[in-house]
Each structure stands twice: as C-alpha cells, then as structure tokens.
Design a protein. Structure first.
Length: 655
C-alpha cells in the first residue's frame, strides 16, 4: 500500500490550534504581512517616511535633545549626498530617464529638509508628523502613477505568457513551447525564448510574428516584437519585446570621450531597445549610404562628422555635389572641400597619391597596415551625391575604385552616399563589392534595398525596407551586424552641426596630413609661401588645413577660422615659376583675362591647375573656372586628363 502523501504545511491551521485570542491576532498579523509583501512596491513611499522618522529620532536621541551643529550637519550631508548620488548615478539603480533621477533627487532633498526641521523642533511634534504624512502622499503620487503606467504595459505580457498553452493554437503556433523569459530591471524590455516543433521552421515562425500575431496576443503596439535566431540550435528562437518604443522621442546624443579617436566605435544610431549601436573599424572600411530624398541622410553624415571632425588621428576630405547643403556646415573641419566635380576629381587624385605614398612606406617596415596616430592620421573621403559626381566626371569612378581596392592598408577610405546606387551610378560593380559597411535609410521602392544591401538580401526575412517607416530609421549591414535590426539614427540638425563645427574649430586643430604623406627620410615641408614638393601637398580646392585651421592663425572677424574653399590669411602658394608665382610678387595687370592668358603661356606645355592660375592672377577659383571653361568651348585652351591641368591649345587643336 503506497504511503499517504503529507499535506502541505498550512500556517493558518497551526495558529488555529492555539487557544483564545492568540489565534485571531496571529492570523491577522499573518494576513497583514502577506498584504504588505504583495503590495510592497506601492508601500515604498510610506516605508521611506518611516525610515526618515527613525533616523531623525535616533540622531536627536543620540545628542541628548540639545541643540548642536553636528546633527544638522549629519542630516544635511546625508540628504545632499543622496540627492547627488541619485542624480549622477541613478542609472545604476534602474533610474534610466532624467526625469526619474530628478524626482528621486527631489525626494532626497525634501527628506533632508524635514529631518532638519524635526531635529530642531522634535520629530514627534504633531504638525511635523502631519507634514510628513502629507508630503509622503504628495511625493508618492508620481511613484504610483509611474507604476500604474508600467504595469499597464507589462501586465498583458504576463497574462499572455501565463496562458501561452491556450493562446498558441489560436495564433496558429501549435506546438510552440515557451521555455524561458527574461525581463529587464526597468520592465521595458522582454526576452522570451520559444522552442519550435519539429515541423515548423524559423521562417514560418517569423512570418507569424511579422504579421502581428504576437503583437495582438500581448496587446502591444505594432512591431513591438522582434525575432532573433539562436545559431546554436535551429529550433530555438528569441522574441525581443519593447512595449514602449524608446526611440519615439528624439534620442539623446551619447557623450564623447575627452580624446576622440577614429579607432573608437562610431556611434550613429540606437538599437530597438535604446542602446547605442556602433560601427567598428571605420578607419579601414569603406561605406555606402543609400536613402531617398528626406530619408535622413544629412543627419547621418552630421553624426559621422560629430565624431570624425573632432578626432585627433583622423582627417576628412569632403565632396558635396548637393551644393554644400550637408558637408558645408563642416567646412572648418574638412581638410579639403568642394562642391564642384572637377575639383572633386583633384581631391580624389590627391587621396590616391596619399595612399600610394603610404603603401610605398609599408614595404620597408614590419607592419602590413598603417598604424593610425596623430602624426599619421587616417584619411576619410566623404562624397555626397556620388552618382552625380560620376555623371559629371566619369574618371572619378576609377579613382574611387583604386581607393576601395587598396586603401584599407593605407587607412585611406571613402564613404559614398547615393539616392539609388545602381551599377551605372557607382561606375563599377567592383566598387560595391568592396564597400563592407552598408546603411539603408528609408527608400521609395523596396527594390532599392537590393542595390544597397546586396542582391537577394532583401528577399531574406527581416531585411525589409518597409520597416523603415520614418526618416532616420536604418538597417545596417557590416561584419559585426549580420542580423536585421531596424535602428534609429541620432538627429543632428544643420544648425546643431554648425554649432559643433564652430566649437571644434576653436578647440581642436586639424591633424597635419602633410606629415603623414611624407615618407621617412624626405625633407620636411617648407614654409607656407614655398612651392609644394609633391602632388599630395599641392592645394586642390583649398590650401593645406594645417596652414590656416589653427585657432591662433585665424583672420579677424572670424569665429571658426577660414572655411575650406577660401584663401588663407597669408599669401597663397603656387608652383608656377617666374615672377608673380605666389600671386603677390609681380604685377597682375589691369585686364584679368590677359593676365590669365599670360599665366597659361608661362605654364607651358605641362599646364597648370585652376587653383594655381587663380592664385597668380589674384582672382577667385570660381571666376577662373568659368573663364577657363569659356576658353575651352572657344577652343583656345585644353584640359589635360587625368591630371586636370590647363594649357593653351596648339595650332592643330584650334588655338
């Protein structure tokens, strides 16, 4: 005969065996204890009030009810210290938002004020006890309201997970078992692990989640559930739930360290749970950014320049084919900048020269890649509206192709942006294959996702451009980000970008690229007025940044220094020989067109760049470009490709 199982121990029945009123008192105490434990979170304001009262009584009793400065100093110091700790380190105790930390610090200060008054008049003084009670109720209202909102969001999830066995068949998920669930400390992020039956694949389960079945079952907002595969076992799948989207409001920019380096992760967006998402090793990786008009491309570039524009070991050159609407805000933080395709080709030629010089130095050393440092900064060339540049200067595609194939070891990389990066827009299919970091912002047509993420990527579950339902949301594909997670970029307006650029220009000088471009054993660069010794140091659209970007050499009436594209305060450089080569030593003449023709004659068959000609005749680059193009249409001058120099046309050529 099997033994009779022992019934569970019942504390109430044990008290019932006691005689008299002991039974009723014990049961009452037990029920009060259970009720208080069940609602312990709601009773925390009263627990805090009792704690403050107990501390005040203890301190006043310890000093014998006599007035002294020690108890007031002790109580005031405790309250101020607690308020400061909650404000600065509140995120360590689940106070993630600023308003929550402010509320906790205000409560700490209020407790300190009441304790000081109670220490002076007496903690059991009836008016003070009444003030403590009213203050507890008033201060507890935000606490109770916050718990009510959070409970309203999370209670449906708890109810659905508790009745999952009954809910799953109604959702078409028969046989799916709930094996594990995890909740964050603030209750705003859930992770539920499901075990799929043998006849269901992850793709089928994800399709159910994509259709909103779990959102309806958990009574959540749309797309609050996100699936993630478990590589270790095909039948396991995690569902991440974010009841309230932390990215609905503008995201707070993550703080930058005191010393910014291009080797640090680049924080430009936030994950669905609000945590920063980083792009790694961007100093040696090429990137492609694709978006339709109004998709948030400019804000993404501002986020990149917010970090790279302050880096001590990185320099950025910019080519903005949109007229400077995006990169123009960062003129003071760009070593070279232009909005013209012809000058942009010169910038790419100079970048290729930098790469070649650096690769040549690697052959004599022990390293196979350049070690980035303030003396040898990484060079990033950002080309906004790259397809427009290729349309105007097809030769730019060959320069970019050279950089993306060989620039990684030399720390010379590019970041291309395009509205629709087709093969014709990029100039070559090989260019797209070398762009290891892809960022997809909202696009008008779903087929454009294949052009950015790669052929067939859009067809895979999860890489759905329709999830990017507002400007700034993005899908990132990189060696570290192989799973589709819709992220939201940090918003930086052009006004904010201008403010950051001005702040950086006043405090952080640009790295000197000419030191990085000179191989060991070569003579140091000469003074600003001497002709450059290599095509790397020859100015293209602006002179070398180190000659004018320093805050100590800014001209009057300038807060952030000369922008890239304007001449320096001193005489400009020019490699043209003869008198007047620097634009100031010889007369220019009354007729600027005659002076331009004389400068072309002095340049000879080798020709001269438009910037050099502008410096010699003491005219702006824009004016010089326009006159040269008019002369070219008239057949009087010829542009030498691929160097970009200009010379007089010969008799056979129509000159």
């Amino acid at each position: 005969m099997p033994p009779t199982p022992t019934p569970p121990y019942n504390l109430e029945q044990s008290y019932a065996a006691q005689p008299g009123c002991l039974t009723g008192c014990a049961v009452a105490i037990l029920w009060v204890h259970r009720l208080a434990w069940r609602h312990r979170a709601a009773l925390k304001p009263f627990g805090l009030a009792l704690g403050v009262l107990a501390v005040t009584v203890t301190v006043r009793t310890a000093y014998g009810y006599r007035l002294a400065w020690q108890p007031f100093t002790l109580l005031g110091g405790l309250s101020v210290g607690a308020a400061a700790g909650l404000w600065f380190f509140g995120d360590q105790v689940r106070l993630d938002r600023r308003v929550e930390r402010a509320y906790a610090a205000a409560v700490a200060v209020a407790c300190g004020v009441w304790a000081e008054a109670a220490c002076y008049r007496g903690p059991l003084y009836p008016p003070l006890l009444l003030a403590l009670l009213l203050g507890t109720v008033a201060g507890g209202l935000p606490w109770w309201w916050h718990r009510r909102v959070r409970r309203k969001r999370t209670d449906p999830i708890k109810a659905a997970t508790a009745d999952w066995d009954d809910i799953a068949p109604k959702l078409g998920l028969e046989g799916v078992e709930l094996v594990e669930q995890e909740v964050s400390r603030d209750g705003q992020r859930w992770r539920i692990r499901f075990l799929l039956p043998r006849w269901m694949t992850v793709t089928e389960f994800r399709r159910k989640v994509k259709d909103g079945a779990l959102d309806v079952a958990f009574d959540l907002r749309q797309r609050a559930c996100r699936t993630e595969e478990i590589p270790a076992r095909a039948r396991l799948v995690d569902v991440h739930i974010t009841p309230g989207d932390p990215r609905v409001k503008p995201l707070e920019l993550p703080p930058l360290p005191r010393v910014v380096s291009v080797l640090d992760p680049l924080l430009v967006a936030a994950d669905p749970d609000g945590k920063p998402a980083a792009l790694h090793r961007m100093h040696e990786r090429h990137g492609l950014l694709g978006a339709s008009t109004g998709g948030g491309k400019s804000s993404f570039i501002h986020g990149v320049m917010r970090v790279w524009g302050r880096a001590v070991d990185g320099l950025v050159w910019g080519i903005d084919m949109g007229g400077g609407s995006t990169l123009g805000a960062w003129r003071s933080r760009l070593g070279r900048f232009t909005t013209d395709a012809t000058t942009g080709l010169d910038i790419l030629t100079a970048a290729v020269a930098v790469m070649e010089r650096r690769l040549a130095t690697l052959g004599d050393g022990e390293d196979d890649t350049v070690r980035v440092s303030p003396e040898l900064p990484a060079l990033k060339v950002i080309i906004d509206e790259y397809d427009e540049m290729v349309a105007q200067e097809p030769e730019a595609a060959s320069k970019v192709d050279t950089i993306v194939r060989r620039g990684r070891k030399a720390a010379v990389t590019v970041l291309l942006t395009s509205l629709r990066p087709t093969k014709e827009a990029l100039g070559s299919k090989a260019i797209r294959q070398q762009l290891s970091v892809r960022v997809l912002l909202p696009v008008n047509e779903a087929q454009d996702a294949d052009l950015i993420l790669g052929s067939g990527r859009r067809a895979r579950e999860g890489w759905n451009p329709l999830l990017l339902d507002e400007p700034g949301k993005m899908l990132v594909l990189s060696p570290e980000h192989q799973r589709p997670r819709p992220r939201k970029g940090y918003w930086i307006s052009k006004k904010g970008a201008l403010a950051l650029a001005g702040e950086y220009a006043a405090a952080y000088p640009l790295p000197r690229l000419e030191q990085a471009a000179s191989p060991p054993g070569s003579p140091p660069p000469g003074p600003p007025d001497s002709p450059p010794g290599s095509p790397i140091l020859r100015p293209t659209d602006s002179p070398p940044a180190a000659h004018w970007a320093s805050p100590t050499s800014r001209p009057p009436r300038s807060l952030v220094g000369n922008p890239a594209g304007s001449p320096p305060a001193g005489p400009p450089t020019s490699p043209l020989p003869g008198p007047g080569g620097n634009g100031h030593d010889g007369p220019v003449g009354d007729n600027p067109m005659s002076a331009l023709l004389d400068a072309l004659t002095a340049a000879g068959e080798s020709g001269a760049r438009a910037e050099e000609l502008a410096a010699r005749i003491n005219r702006s680059r824009t004016w010089t470009y326009e006159r040269l193009q008019e002369l070219e249409r008239a057949g009087r001058v010829v542009r030498i490709r691929p160097t970009g120099r200009w010379r007089l046309a010969s008799t056979e050529e129509g000159g």
